[in-house]
Design a protein around this ligand. Structure first.
Ligand code: ASP
Length: 358
């Protein structure tokens, strides 16, 4: 998983804009919180291509996070007195994310957040599984200080790399979150709540959305313009929820034309403990698949319905036979189900991301 753990600092001058001491510690940093820690995990933001200008056939996770920060040079919006530290936690294409790396990254974030001098943690990450990682970190840590994820849709050596501006914007949000808390995603000038964000486009620079919830803010020339507050969040599950070496077996199955229960039968035979069904319509499931899912549920397998696509949330009726994951994507619902199985009783309640009476 390439979890090298080098640390480094980037020069803090010359600052491009002033930031007073009070605003630099807003968002839970507390007095004297003067450090932003940047954790690198790889992704396209750290990607390079064999042929410069190839925006598709590149290799993610090549450039060290310290080099990405140094590449910002004089553009870094470093307020006087603010330190930036970096640590290379991993160097992967996020499509290859593992449970072990989720645990390691969450531990590193937590370790830095408890340091009194740390105002915020920033994570560079691939876009492919970012919605899963951000959801996991929010549910496990529910941090009071900002944990700001950023990414890119073009490799670091692209002719028009979007990574530097995204990193710059993310640093600005980390340094001055203007009251935004918890896990955030900064990409293409927009700030999303980490647990609400999902990747909606495979190529566009503005590749994320949050469905009906919309963006929290935009970043313009290093300044935040807020649209709304962060949603009420459930309490942190705590790092110990990730402590087990072997995590429960949770798989995603899909309902579609011609679907049946054969794949679920096979998964039951192999000992699956949780199933997310990516549903059609408003959380509907093909009757042939539903019959086997209900049998799985009777046998003690946890089943959660999520939407197959679109930006809304399942609207539950009075007689739902399978629980709903509300507005979570199927991939986020899988993380939610993993956490529920890792710590029974940890259901995310109504009023947050998992809504509905299912
Ligand atoms: N495959 C890349 C990754 O997730 C895509 C990206 O970062 O945009 O690491």
């Amino acid at each position: 998983m390439g979890n090298t753990s080098t640390t480094g600092e980037i020069p803090t001058d010359p600052p491009e804009f002033e930031l007073d001491e009070t605003s630099s510690v807003s968002g839970g940093g507390g007095h004297g919180a003067t450090t932003v820690v940047v954790l690198g995990t790889g992704g396209t933001i750290a990607g390079t291509s064999a042929q410069r200008g190839d925006n598709v056939g590149y290799t993610a996770g090549q450039t060290p996070v310290l080099a990405l920060l140094e590449g910002l040079g004089h553009r870094a919006p470093v307020p006087p007195g603010l330190r930036i530290e970096s640590e290379q936690v991993a160097q992967i294409d996020s499509k290859d994310m593992t449970h072990a790396l989720w645990r390691r990254l969450t531990e590193r974030i937590a370790a830095h957040l408890v340091r009194p001098e740390v105002a915020a943690v920033l994570v560079t990450h691939g876009t492919d599984t970012l919605e899963e990682t951000a959801y996991l970190v929010q549910r496990v840590l529910s941090p009071a200080k900002p944990v700001v994820f950023t990414a890119a849709m073009r490799p670091a050596d692209a002719l028009q790399a979007d990574g530097p501006q995204n990193l710059l914007d993310a640093l600005a949000v980390a340094a001055r979150p203007c009251g935004l808390r918890g896990v955030l995603l900064v990409l293409a000038g927009k700030v999303w709540a980490g647990a609400e964000a999902r990747k909606v486009h495979p190529y566009r620079l503005d590749a994320f959305d949050a469905g009906d919830a919309g963006a929290l803010a935009v970043v313009e020339e290093g300044r935040l313009r807020r649209f709304r507050d962060t949603a009420e969040v459930p309490v942190a599950l705590g790092l110990q929820v990730l402590a087990r070496d072997i995590w429960p077996e949770v798989q995603i199955v899909s309902s579609h034309g011609g679907a049946d229960g054969r794949i679920v039968e096979l998964l039951l035979e192999s000992g699956v403990q949780g199933l997310v069904v990516a549903c059609t319509g408003n959380g509907t499931v093909h009757q042939d698949l539903l019959a086997v899912l209900l049998r799985a549920q009777q046998q003690g397998v946890s089943v959660l319905r999520a939407l197959r696509g679109g930006g809304g949330s399942i609207v539950c009726g009075a007689a739902e036979v399978l629980p709903s994951a509300g507005g979570l994507t199927a991939a986020q619902a899988r993380v939610e189900l993993l956490l529920r199985l890792l710590r029974p009783g940890s259901n995310c309640c109504c009023g947050c991301w998992v809504t509905g009476n299912g």
